[in-house]
Design a protein around this ligand. Structure first.
Ligand code: ADP
Ligand code: ZN
Length: 824
């Protein structure tokens, strides 16, 4: 690198320039590098750069030109960047502010945040090729190049194109770049990863008919020409689908100079398989009009304005989103719509396509890498106004963002549970704020956090409390499983009768079994009693080994008693039940019925969701058994019965949100019934028929549920009345993992004693995770609760850095989960 600098005889000797680089590796800090003068002014902030790092070359992101590094003690010893990987920046200032906020809030390295925000296809190093420009060719022929220049230009000319890397091995970088600067040679960027290569498409362009003298065309020829004339340009493929056999005519028209053909980069179209029928624009209900008026005013204000749209299932929230977006687009701005992965159905995407046509992009996990890269590029190039996608779409590089919508804002799938553990719902608030955009969080069962914000007027609350066209909410009944005779009953008498009736009437039924985050718990089948922690009010988790019941928040531990402390019954046992079992049982009960199943196992393949749902839509399926996948988003008019197999599974999650989850699930599931003309019926099976979340779900009374739940949260100081951060320890050795966890607890408590951090911080645990051993790793965690975000963050930062010093890199990993959704 040093040699490199001395070799720059033809470059003005000026002040050294430096660049701050965030590296896409799990490394805390950003780093300074020198920017060799030979790169000229090529480097734009927001571009990737190749930098030497610990003996390797790694990709980093240029994030700032530090104002004055002359005083920086190590300035002389800074290494130089090796290369600039992008001609155009990948992110702008506003996006960088967003990344920085995320990095600070989630204790995650900035480079890692940026890397996670870009599509996976873009991260592999770019593959750049050099070629000679027209000007270069003239100069080469005229013999006006210097000896040094000639060497480079000639060797490129000999090969037509030359990979940048091989040129860089033979010539100095800056020499190559100065030729680029002089317009003698050029650099083109391709991506090494073949999966994300741009796809090319044959485009046909209309050139005009001035030249057309008197040669005749067949009627079909006239038709083809007319279509091309009308469209101006059209892809070869779509022309040939519209008019069969157009291919030969195209050839003739090209020869005559009426049209021309060009190969152009095409974006792969992941939506091309979706049929889009006519868009219906329903007349709005008065409630919808009111809500839209309020939102509209805020859109016009061009200021950050957050809304919570609390609308019961079937109240027409989607239409509000569509109309609000229309208004945003009218103002020349753009919109992001987040939906849970699972509800990214063709139905929903179709609605946006119908209303907004090709200006919509989608981002979700079913896309191939190439498709995702293309969508990202379409967005980045400004060819898209609306992005509909799952949680990662919050990173969509839209400019002039005017609206962010989060549908089903309470959904836990907005939380990413690996690497950068962000919650896209919360990031939506941040991004909208940074962009002065309007935010709409929509839900039929708002999260406690969102509703609390509405109550304290941080969010503006909009209510839609009637179903469209006065359709009634389904009637909800409870089947008390304590009264079922015999042990291990899966389908109660009540549900069995309802299923039989519905089959005879030709209706379809959904049977729902929640298995998410399933942990073992012990329950008394006689009275429904479940063991809870006296400190934390969360269910105790059953550990087979040692027959213990443990609280996963504070580590409170008891032995499993042989009698139920509530009713004295002796049948207390752990619970095991699965969708497959339910399907089997129901098939046996109703051999004449078509029983299908939708869960993680049956939906591994791409679009398999859609296939299963299509069978439901066509009426082929009589009974669909499924997990939370069937709980939401779908609109099937003929589903008139919904059964919840076991409400207790979510009620007894070892989680302070278990009641909230239960209420949400039951309400969402109930919302699936009776979407058509026929009224719906819902049956909830449970051992806890009197629990408030079951009762309020039965009455579909969110406000009352919120009151009860908020009281509980406030008493025990859980979110939204506090903030939580979870320290997760993982290691291959159980002994060391325990030791690290214990030391973390001691250190944390000592820090709290010494510094207090303004009070209000509390440590729970450390304790074993509900699944102590997972994939060969032992897992322990410690929850930290804080009343104030700022001081909590300060404390966590200090404790984490202490842990890093002592344990990290020694067979122990530490993950910090901010605002954890689950402590599994
Ligand atoms: P939500 O998302 O609130 O559960 P949807 O947006 O799915 O409800 O609306 C339920 C149904 O009502 C959809 O089929 C939708 O097309 C229809 N719909 C929405 N608004 C109207 C309206 N104003 N008039 C008639 N139908 C409407
Ligand atoms: Zn506890």
């Amino acid at each position: 690198m040093i040699i490199f600098l001395f070799g720059m005889e033809d470059i003005e000797c000026g002040k050294k320039r430096f660049i701050e680089v965030a590296i896409g590796l799990p490394i805390e800090k950003t780093f300074y590098y020198e920017l060799p003068a030979g790169f000229g002014d090529r480097l734009r902030l927001g571009s990737r750069v190749l930098v030497p790092f610990r003996g390797r070359k790694v990709t980093g992101y240029a994030i700032a030109f530090p104002p004055n590094l002359a005083d920086y003690p190590k300035a002389d010893r800074l290494k130089s960047i090796v290369d600039i990987l992008d001609e155009r920046p990948l992110f702008d200032d506003r996006m960088l502010s967003f990344y920085r906020w995320i990095s600070d809030y989630y204790f995650y390295p900035l480079g890692g945040v940026i890397k996670g925000g870009l599509p996976p296809g873009i991260n592999p190093e770019s593959h750049r090729v050099l070629s000679i420009t027209a000007r270069g060719k003239t100069l080469l022929d005229s013999g006006k190049l210097t000896k040094e220049e000639l060497k480079i230009v000639q060797s490129i000319a000999d090969r037509c194109v030359m990979p940048f890397e091989s040129a860089a091995k033979r010539f100095l970088h800056w020499r190559i770049y100065s030729l680029v600067e002089a317009g003698i040679i050029q650099v083109d960027v391709g991506l090494k990863d073949v999966r994300v290569k741009p796809k090319r498409e044959k485009m046909i362009m209309y050139r005009g008919e001035d030249e057309r003298e008197d040669f005749p065309l067949s009627p079909k020829g006239e038709k083809v020409l007319a279509l091309i004339r009308e469209k101006g340009e059209i892809s070869h493929k779509s022309l040939c689908t519209e008019i069969k056999g157009a291919s030969r005519i195209v050839k003739r028209l090209t020869e005559k100079g009426l049209i021309s053909i060009e190969l152009r980069e095409a974006y792969r179209d992941p939506l091309s398989h979706l049929m889009t029928d006519e868009d219906v624009r329903p007349g709005l209900t008065s409630k919808q009009i009111n809500a839209l008026e309020t939102i509209g005013k805020r859109i016009d204000s061009l200021r950050f304005s957050p809304f919570l749209l609390y609308g019961i299932t079937g109240s027409g929230k989607t239409e509000i989103y569509l109309r609000a977006i229309e208004r945003v687009l009218d103002m020349g701005r753009t919109a992001i719509v987040l939906v849970p992965e699972i509800s990214l159905t063709p139905q929903l995407i179709g609605q946006f396509l119908k209303r907004f046509g090709g200006r919509v992009a989608t981002l979700h996990s079913a896309l191939s890498r190439g498709e995702r890269y293309d969508e990202w590029r379409r967005i980045k190039d400004g060819n898209v106004d609306i992005v509909v996608g799952a949680r990662s779409a919050i990173f969509a590089p839209l400019e002039r963002l005017g609206m962010v919508i989060v549908d089903e804002e309470h959904e836990t799938s907005y939380k990413q549970e690996e690497k950068l553990r962000y919650n896209a719902r919360d990031l939506a608030v941040v991004r909208a704020k940074l962009c002065d955009a309007v935010l709409i969080l929509g839900s039929a069962t708002p999260s406690l956090e969102a509703y609390h914000n509405a109550m304290v007027e941080k969010f503006h609350l909009l209510k839609l409390d009637e179903r469209i066209e006065g359709k009634s909410l389904p009637s909800v009944e409870i089947a008390d499983m304590r009264k079922e005779k015999g042990s291990g009953v899966i389908i109660s008498g009540k549900l069995r009768n309802a299923l039989a009736e519905n089959l005879t009437a030709g209706g379809q039924s959904f049977l729902f079994l929640n298995r998410r985050g399933f942990a073992n718990f012990i329950q008394c089948p006689d009275c429904g009693y479940v063991f809870k922690c006296p400190n934390c009010s969360v269910s105790l988790t059953y550990h087979f080994r040692g027959k213990k019941l443990i609280c996963h928040y504070c580590n409170y531990t008891i032995m499993v008693p042989s009698f139920c402390p509530n009713c004295g019954g002796y049948r207390i046992h752990s619970f095991g039940i699965g969708t497959e079992g339910v399907q089997e049982e129901v098939s046996k009960m109703f051999p004449q019925a078509t029983v299908d199943r939708m869960d993680r196992d049956t939906t591994r393949k791409r679009w398999s969701h859609q296939r299963i749902l299509k069978k439901v839509k066509s009426g082929e399926t009589d009974i669909l058994v499924g997990t939370q996948m069937i709980a939401k988003g779908h609109d099937f008019p003929n589903v008139t019965l919904v059964g919840v197999i076991c409400a207790d599974l979510s009620l007894n999650l070892p989680d302070f949100r278990s009641s909230e989850r239960t209420f949400q699930l039951l309400t969402q599931v109930a919302g699936r019934a009776g979407r058509g003309i026929a009224p719906g019926r819902v049956i909830i099976q449970t051992f806890n028929p009197n629990h408030y979340s079951v009762q309020m779900a039965k009455d579909q009374d969110f406000a009352k549920f919120y009151q009860e739940e908020a009281r509980f949260r406030s008493e025990l100081s859980y979110p939204p009345f506090s903030r939580l951060i979870n320290f997760r320890i993982g290691g291959n050795s159980q002994k060391r993992s325990i030791k690290a966890a214990e030391e973390m607890g001691e250190w944390g408590r000592r820090l709290l004693k010494e510094k207090t951090y303004g009070g209000g911080i509390e440590i729970l645990g450390p304790s074993p995770a509900p699944l102590v051993k997972l994939k060969g790793k032992y897992r322990y965690h410690m929850l930290v609760k804080g009343r104030r975000a700022h001081s909590l963050h300060q404390f966590v930062e200090e404790l984490a850095s202490e842990m890093n010093k002592r344990w990290i890199g020694r067979g122990i990993s530490l993950t910090i989960d901010v605002d954890p959704i689950s402590v599994m």
